[in-house]
Design a protein around this ligand. Structure first.
Ligand code: FES
Length: 450
């Protein structure tokens, strides 16, 4: 990967590290910005293969940067199966890749994939064959699965039960907008499983993110004024009646909220095409999120925008030019970026992408690329609202939460933003947040009446 002419920017970055720390990957030192996701540091350093698939040992790399794929799983400081995109880098953080025999990039167990090109039914393989059955089982148990038990057993910690006024799940555009409005009237807690708020907006280039600036600043002011409690790295794990199970750095809690607002956003679109799991294939949203933090995903980047996709691919293609300009990179030092509108057909590469074939209106186009950003249509993250008995409607983009006026799902339970089909558009998100916040406040008044 090329270097910028900035003063001493590390490999794969557009700017010098402000607060550098040293982490390790399988014993090798990697420089990281303190607090950035471990996976971001690996991408910047060109380490794209982080994990292996459990059965065929196919190489896996970070794809979503938001805890929604298995491409970045590794053992972190003795704890197995950690999503390294959700763990902040600290001095001495030790990351060890799992589920491999031999080096990370040349796992010998990858042979399983070559010997069984049509798949393997491990449940019945040699089952019932005396002698061989036992050997096969012992072998399968050794090579399959993910990770080994933690180095240290953690003591059980009881979950606290707590009452809150209003809990908003998700600190993306919609969650920030709803929380900003509610904070004028009630105490609000916002749960966000990522390391920072912003959601998809944080993956847009400056030109597109500008439209959301007032939402962001109102939210930041409410957090600074302690009218909103923002809890990052905190996952809303399940709804059980009106109990919300929450897991964060301090452990598990059960929240009883007067009102719950699901602002869970949308998942990256995952398209089925040959080689879609080759390390280097990422969502355009992930690529944009990394770029906003000065991390380059490759030297030659293909951005593929299928029908209905956007806005992250176009935003990335625009922003990377500006970012390279701002970083003082000469033309020859800048990553090459090719944007193609069409369907990805196949990606070539093993532990890193080499090329992608895209079917466009003009025919098939082959692009040499060590990173492929796919900007497929996103699907609403409906899973938690579904646990709260929300009605779902199936649309081409996936399941959309059907709500009543003001995003109402049930008494005291609401949905806002992309999860209920609102587009990622600042005006639409703002209008939706106004309606949802009004409905939440009205429901609280109604519930307090005798
Ligand atoms: S879960 Fe970490 S990159 Fe997808």
């Amino acid at each position: 990967m090329r270097l910028s002419s900035n003063p001493n920017p590390p490999r794969g970055r557009l700017r010098a590290l402000r607060d550098p720390v040293t982490i390790t990957l399988d014993g090798a030192e990697v420089q990281a910005e303190r607090g950035e996701p471990l996976a971001a540091a690996f991408v910047a350093a060109g380490h794209m293969t982080i994990a292996r698939s459990p059965k065929f040992h196919r190489p896996r790399g970070p794809s979503c940067l938001r805890g929604a794929c298995d491409g970045c799983l590794a053992r972190v400081d003795g704890a197995p199966n950690v999503m390294t995109c959700l763990v902040p880098a600290g001095e001495g953080t030790e990351v060890v890749t799992q589920n491999r025999l031999g080096p990370r990039e040349a796992d010998v167990l990858r042979m399983t994939d070559w010997f069984f090109p049509d798949g393997i039914n491990h449940h019945e393989l040699f089952a019932g064959v005396p002698g061989i059955q036992n050997v096969m089982q012992a072998f399968a148990r050794k090579v399959a699965g993910l990770g080994k038990l933690p180095s240290e057993a953690e003591a059980a910690r009881p979950a606290r039960r707590r009452r809150v006024d209003v809990v908003v799940i998700g600190a993306g555009a919609s969650g920030m907008a709803v929380a900003g409005r509610l904070a004028r009237h009630v105490h609000v807690e916002v749960l966000e499983d990522h390391l920072e708020p912003g959601g998809s907006v944080a993956a847009l280039g400056p030109a597109e993110a500008r439209a959301f600036a007032s939402i962001r600043s109102a939210f930041d002011e409410a957090v600074s004024a302690k009218k909103v409690v923002l809890r990052t790295r905190t996952t809303a794990g399940g709804m059980y009646g009106r109990d919300l199970l929450v897991v964060g750095p301090e452990g598990a809690e059960v929240l009883e909220a007067d009102a719950i607002v699901f602002a869970c956003g949308a998942h990256d679109g995952a398209l089925a095409f040959e080689g879609n799991d080759v390390p280097g294939v990422m969502s355009a949203r992930a690529g944009g999120w990394l770029l906003a933090r000065g991390v380059l995903v490759g030297d030659s980047i293909a951005v593929v925008v299928p029908e209905g996709g956007g806005p992250f691919g176009a935003s990335f293609a625009r922003a990377i030019g500006e970012a390279c300009e701002a970083a003082g990179l000469a033309e020859s030092e800048r990553p090459g970026v090719t944007i193609a509108h069409g369907e990805p057909v196949r990606v070539r590469g093993s532990t890193r992408t080499k090329s992608v074939v895209v079917r466009t209106a003009e025919g098939e186009q082959t692009i040499e690329a060590d990173a492929v950003l796919v900007d497929a249509p996103r699907s609403p993250a409906y899973e938690l609202p579904a646990q709260a008995a929300a009605d779902l409607v199936h649309e081409p983009r996936g399941y959309v939460v059907r709500t009543g006026d003001g995003g109402r799902i049930a008494p005291g339970v609401f949905a806002a933003g992309e999860v209920r089909g609102v587009l990622l558009d600042a005006k639409a998100i703002t209008a939706d947040a106004d309606a949802v916040a009004a409905a939440v406040l009205a429901s609280r008044v109604a519930r307090s009446l005798p």
